[in-house]
Design a protein around this ligand. Structure first.
Ligand code: ATP
Ligand code: MG
Length: 567
């Protein structure tokens, strides 16, 4: 039970300038959150209560799935990160600090290294497997664009879990247990989150799912099939391959002047040809070595697909000089005559009579047949899938929506265990490398994502399971002892049933109390006032309803407890 007169709680009429999305605005206006610095937020008493309720649900479901809670230091020695090479590859996104002896440390952005090192020292026998451990801990990332309040912070709270298994089949079972726990967690906290196939960045038998909430402000594209249920992050999404229409040769390749025309759009327009007849040629560096990539002129390269095709190679843009050395001047390049490996999107297989750059400023080649005139090393799925492409499973059209990731399950395989030499002795006594999975939930992001999904023009609509308090009890006449006595008695009765009550006992006008109650958004509002009692009792209303019902004082606690079950 809490009384507003004693609470550190200020609601605001206006949202701060930097709050762009509704959940960020509401969290600040409702007094749940305060900004300490860019991407850094303080949880105020009400916000913290909601956060802790989410954490409790996460813990219950992790424990139910057989995982054990641990707590690792946030400050981690650089040596750990050097062992896997991530001291270098994490780049500027990782906060690094030095102690007085000038030794380097990391403010953990995630914790695969620390957990794997622990597994190496603690797990020695197959008898200890499977083993899944987790923590709920602050993480730090120097994000390029921290924004949207808790959605993308510099410091945030993550539940991270790691599974260790004897073999692939075991790892798959551990993955499934976590996946199922995630489904239960998001359901219980009242958040509609959809699992979608996600990129793994690596080759082999690894796979991953992201749990996405749909939101206009989301930074990810999610392709989904309304027919068979296929859903995937755009980074990962595949499509039923449809080859470009130009499959018939039309005489020899011909050099054609295209003065000042560089982009595929410009060339197509200049030559009066459809955009997909022009082949988009790109030179990129794969692990530092130049390769050429071809996609139809109306498509974009999906760099992650190229990376996967090339065994996890690091893909970077090539500078102009490299492009010129490999092919020709930027904007006029093509695959004819180049000697670096050429990877082409499968849609271009059999492409004849298409247009490519001539590797010469101001010229393109038309009537080009890729099979005849160029040397394509490999055709593969390389293009970014877009709205309207065909579902890889059922061939229906895919739709795209924006989304934000609230959780991710990842089958890691042996990447980290191998780097640390984390092995166990199998039944025959021979050493085997552990097979791992890792599983993250953005706990603080989830808190705000709930608000983003559940609000109206008046404020937040908390689901009962995570609401800071379940009942807002508004005392309209705080100077009337009879009203106060009845309100206090109800509060006691509710608390006795395990229901958290927040009492607005301020000397404020009723209108202000009503507005604030809607803004804060506790699931049930109870009004205690002389007027209501004259009509027969408390006025009780769910946050989702317009009208209150008069409920006799004796019946109120029971009725509220019952109603909360479905809110
Ligand atoms: P994103 O693509 O949104 O940057 P990520 O894939 O980098 O997220 P993971 O490394 O998978 O994130 O971390 C696990 C979870 O932590 C994410 O699912 C997300 O909910 C949360 N998370 C990641 N970065 C942030 C951040 N900067 N602020 C708040 N939550 C975050
Ligand atoms: Mg992720």
């Amino acid at each position: 039970m809490m009384r507003w007169s004693r609470a550190l709680l200020n609601t605001l009429r206006e949202a701060p300038q930097d709050a762009e999305i509704v959940s960020h605005k509401l969290m600040i206006r409702a007094g749940m959150l305060r900004k300490l610095g860019g991407g850094l937020y303080t949880y105020m008493p009400l916000g913290l209560r909601a956060l802790q309720k989410i954490e409790r649900i996460v813990r219950e479901e992790m424990d139910r799935a057989g995982a054990q809670e641990t707590l690792f230091p946030i400050l981690q020695p650089a040596e750990l990160w050097k062992q896997t090479g991530r001291w270098e590859t994490m780049g500027p996104g990782m906060f690094r600090v030095q102690d007085r002896k000038e030794a380097w440390f990391v403010l953990a952005p995630t914790a695969e290294e620390a957990f794997t090192a622990l597994a190496k020292s603690e797990i020695s026998s197959y008898r200890q497997l499977p083993c899944t451990i987790y923590q709920i801990r602050n993480k730090f990332r120097d994000e390029i664009r921290p924004r949207f309040g808790l959605i993308r912070g510099k410091e945030f709270i993550m539940k991270d879990a790691y599974s260790f298994d004897a073999d692939d089949a075991g790892a798959d079972a551990s993955y499934k247990a976590m996946f199922d726990a995630y489904v239960r967690i998001f359901k219980r906290v009242g958040l509609a989150a959809t699992p979608v196939e996600a990129d793994t960045g690596d080759i082999g038998g690894n796979f991953s799912h992201e749990f996405m909430v749909f939101a206009e402000s989301g930074e990810d594209g999610i392709l989904s099939c309304g027919s068979c249920g296929y859903a995937a992050n755009q980074e990962r999404a595949e499509r039923q391959q449809v080859r470009v229409a130009y499959q018939t040769e039309a005489g020899a390749a011909e050099r054609v002047a295209t003065p000042g025309q560089h982009s595929c759009e410009e060339v197509a327009k200049f030559l009066g040809e459809p955009l997909d007849r022009v082949v988009k040629s790109l030179v990129v560096l794969a692990n530092g070595k130049p390769v050429m990539v071809l996609v139809p002129g109306d498509r974009e390269l999906n760099e992650l697909k190229l990376r996967r095709l090339l065994g996890g190679a690091k893909i970077e843009a090539a500078d102009e000089a490299t492009v010129a050395a490999v092919a020709g001047p930027c904007g006029s390049i093509g695959p004819v005559g180049v000697s670096v490996p050429v990877y082409a999107d499968s849609a271009l297989e059999g492409a004849a009579n298409v247009i490519v750059g001539a590797n010469e400023e101001g010229f393109h080649l038309r009537h080009v047949s890729l099979a005849r005139d160029a040397k394509v090393t490999q055709f593969a799925d390389l293009a970014l899938v877009r709205e309207g492409d065909l579902c890889p499973h059922c061939g229906q059209k895919l739709a795209i929506r924006r989304g934000t990731e609230v959780g991710q399950c990842f089958k890691l395989g042996k990447k980290y265990s191998q780097a640390f030499g984390a092995t166990f002795l199998d039944e025959k006594g021979s050493p085997q490398v552990l097979t791992m999975g890792c599983y993250g939930i953005g706990v603080s992001r989830t808190l705000q994502a709930i608000v983003e999904q559940r609000n109206d023009e008046n404020g937040i609509i908390w689901p009962a399971a995570v609401a800071p308090y379940q009942v807002a009890l508004l005392i309209l006449d705080p100077d009337n002892p009879e009203v106060v006595a009845k309100a206090e008695a109800l509060a006691e009765a509710l608390e006795a049933r395990g229901i958290d009550v927040f009492i607005d006992d301020r000397a404020e006008r009723p209108g202000i109390k009503f507005k604030d109650a809607d803004l804060i958004g506790l699931p049930i509002r109870v009004v205690a006032g002389a007027k209501g009692f004259a009509k027969g009792g408390f006025e009780v209303r769910a946050r989702t309803e317009k009208d209150s019902a008069i409920v006799a004082p004796e019946a109120a606690a029971e009725l509220i407890a019952e109603r909360l079950k479905s809110l």
